[in-house]
Design a protein around this ligand. Sequence first.
Ligand code: BMX
Length: 285
Amino acid sequence: SRGFAVDLGGTKIAAARIEDGRIVQRHQADTDGKAGLDAQIAAMADLLAQLGYAPGDRLGVVVAGRVDAEGRWQAVNAATLPGIGGVPLLDRLRDRFGGDITVGNDAAAAALAEARLGAGKGVEHFAYLTVSTGVGGGVVLGDRLLASRNGLAGHVGFVSSPLGDDRCGSGRRGTVESTASGRAIAAAAGTADARAAFAADTDRARTAIDRSAAAVARLCADLTSIFGLDRVAIGGGVGLAEGYLPRVRAHLAAEPPLFRVEVVPASLGHDSALLGALLTDTDLS
Ligand code: BMX
């Protein structure tokens, strides 16, 4: 079977042609964070054209932000995608491309892909976290993705963190996202982006990265107490950066044994959301 997938995150937009569950061709560009719905769909169309997509082909689109049961798209962190404030993603995609289209959240799709094909195989109670521009995630219990009609379920980055008190783009204060995300790391490290913080050999950068890892470790323990998790997989540009996961594990080691969940890297790497975008047998929103 052949299909196409798009993954629009806060920093990059990727698209792939997928055959028999494998990515056979992939293209990527920078996300225009300020763009509205029409411009974001135009960016998707550019990448899809390069892949040989023809209207009517099967298409799965996953995005940062919440996607509700009607296929409307709204940034939860309005600072990441200020142009996306409750827009009819599924309807506009159907107008433009027609055919068989599904939509969902990027991290939720990645969670389902990791659960079925990657780091979550063989466990009943599983969560995936992406530490990237934001902190997203998905919880998969017995092969079912935790989902809600408003598309907010699984947005684990917006829970409170005792390690931060900064204002979050969601309007909350002191969230995991405002403490641990790539954006938060760059702000605390005083670097242009998170990548530069990892490259910088300064105490300030190391402190920012370590605070992020500590907040993510607490989140893993918190989610374990709620869902009885057997394993957590961590992905995203920050989550998969060298040295990050060992820091998460080091902080988790300070928790009592019951909350010390197994933490592993996302085994589908940066492609988990693309692969998950076509796993349509479970509703992602
Ligand atoms: C944020 C939120 C999630 C998203 C996650 C990872 C927005 C715009 N984003 O928590 O919906 O899944 O970031 O997104 O509200 P990424 O941009 O880091 O891939």
